[in-house]
Design a protein around this ligand. Structure first.
Ligand code: HEM
Length: 176
């Protein structure tokens, strides 16, 4: 019994710790890093390419997100088991709140995996193309970079919005 408690305490620490890092990283990126890089463009380009390319920020955020989701799913299964099943958990207000938060977090993860990640890779490839060519980039290439940057900004804001829903739902779940 005590061993089982410790098992779930470890998963709670993993879940809440990784979730905090995930939300904090996306918040810092959207609210501070992206606007700062845009404000000093094009001087911010080498910094963004180091952060997103060499340091693989998006991949690392996705790994942290996977830990949050995996630990959250284990806690969810435990709560489901305690409630008597999926339908019974959804019959409680806190179960609904946890489910809404979990689904929003999962959606944020999918936006990162299938939206942000491939588009960041496209942007980095265009950056390498510009760096290896002589002279200033063509207007066509500049327009492509701009539209990718706009898309990545929108995707990151979408993730942050979804994570905002998760934080509110998870933080208030037990009080509903
Ligand atoms: C960024 C994402 C997430 C954050 C920041 C987060 C945060 C939290 C926090 C702070 C709690 C503690 C609530 C309390 O004890 O009052 C919690 C609990 C919980 N979370 Fe999340 N969560 C996230 C994603 C998820 C996901 C994807 C799932 C999976 C379905 C999930 C499932 C749960 C469950 C089942 C609990 C209750 C644990 C228990 O009964 O001991 N969470 N979460």
């Amino acid at each position: 019994m005590i061993a089982a408690e410790w098992f779930f305490i470890v998963f709670r620490i993993l879940h809440i710790g990784a979730g905090t890092v995930w939300v904090g990283s996306v918040f810092f990126l959207v609210v501070f890093v992206q606007p700062s890089a845009a404000a000093i463009a094009p001087a911010g380009a080498p910094f963004m390419s180091e952060l997103l390319g060499a340091r693989r920020l998006v991949d690392r955020i996705l790994i942290i997100a996977s830990v949050t989701i995996a630990a959250g799913l284990i806690l969810y299964l435990r709560d489901m088991n305690d409630a008597g099943g999926f339908g019974d958990l959804l019959g409680t207000h806190s179960g609904v709140a946890l489910t809404i938060g979990g689904v929003a977090a999962l959606a944020a993860f999918l936006v990162g995996l299938f939206g942000t990640r491939p588009n960041v890779q496209r942007l980095l490839a265009l950056g390498r193309q510009i760096a290896s060519s002589e002279g200033p980039p063509s207007p066509d290439l500049t327009a492509k970079v701009q539209s990718l940057q706009d898309l990545i900004k929108t995707l990151a804001r979408t993730s942050l919005g979804l994570l905002g829903i998760t934080v509110v739902a998870m933080a208030t779940a037990r009080y509903w």
